[in-house]
Design a protein around this ligand. Structure first.
Ligand code: IMP
Length: 203
């Protein structure tokens, strides 16, 4: 069993599509460290959650955001804050018409487990399997990053959530796609697929 630490049931459902084990939603308010990068935020959150939730069952934490090239990656890890303070239309309007409109949705899934439960080969720092593993006090945390590239556009579509209406990928915004279509190309799906491959290599 894997505990997925999130208040968002949609993320848990997406995780169930990729992962071989039972995935249980767990609410736990871990401390979000400040960083311009998603990986340390997710990794620290997973380490703290694993410890505080008993230190036995593996734990996953996901952190995601929209990174706009012309804005030096803003809002990035501050995406949720920018969404509720500025709103997605204001974020869109920060990009001037003459600017490069390219952007990425990025997701990092951090997996924390007892280091003894993991195969040594898969904890080796091999980028084919993961984007980094740290072992501290017998707890291993591995991170997996998924990215989808696209462009920032004026809002279109009623589906999805968050920044979906202003993020266009291959001609349509994420909000113009069904959940299944979006999940098939999503940043989170790509990160979860990497975690699934890594877990499969341990069997
Ligand atoms: P969190 O990682 O769930 O806290 O999300 C961080 C921010 O990124 C929030 O503002 C979300 O609305 C936004 N976000 C995360 N994933 C997506 C997505 O798949 N589509 C649109 N916005 C997203």
């Amino acid at each position: 069993m894997l505990r997925f630490v999130t208040g968002n049931e949609g993320k848990v459902e997406e995780a169930r599509e990729y992962l071989p084990m039972a995935v249980e939603q767990t609410d736990y308010d871990y401390v979000e460290v400040q960083s311009d990068d998603l990986a340390p935020i997710a990794a620290r959150g997973a380490r703290e959650s694993f410890r505080e939730l008993g230190g036995t069952e593996p734990v996953a934490v996901e952190d995601s955001g929209l990174f706009v090239d012309a804005l030096g990656g803003f809002p990035g890890p501050y995406s949720a804050y920018a969404e509720y303070t500025l709103g997605i239309e204001r974020v869109y309007r920060l990009v001037e018409p003459e600017d490069d409109h390219r952007a990425s949705f990025r997701s990092v899934v951090a997996y924390a487990a007892d280091a003894d439960s993991l195969d040594e080969d898969v904890t080796d720092d091999d980028p084919d399997w993961h984007d980094g593993v740290t072992v501290e006090d017998g707890v291993a945390v591995a991170t997996f990053e998924g990215t989808v590239r696209g462009e920032i556009v004026t809002p279109r579509g009623d589906g999805g959530f968050g920044y979906d209406p202003i993020f266009e990928h291959e001609g349509r915004t994420m909000a113009e796609r069904s959940t299944a279509e979006k999940n098939a190309i999503s940043h989170r799906g790509r990160a979860l697929a990497k975690l699934a491959d890594w877990l499969a290599a341990q069997e």
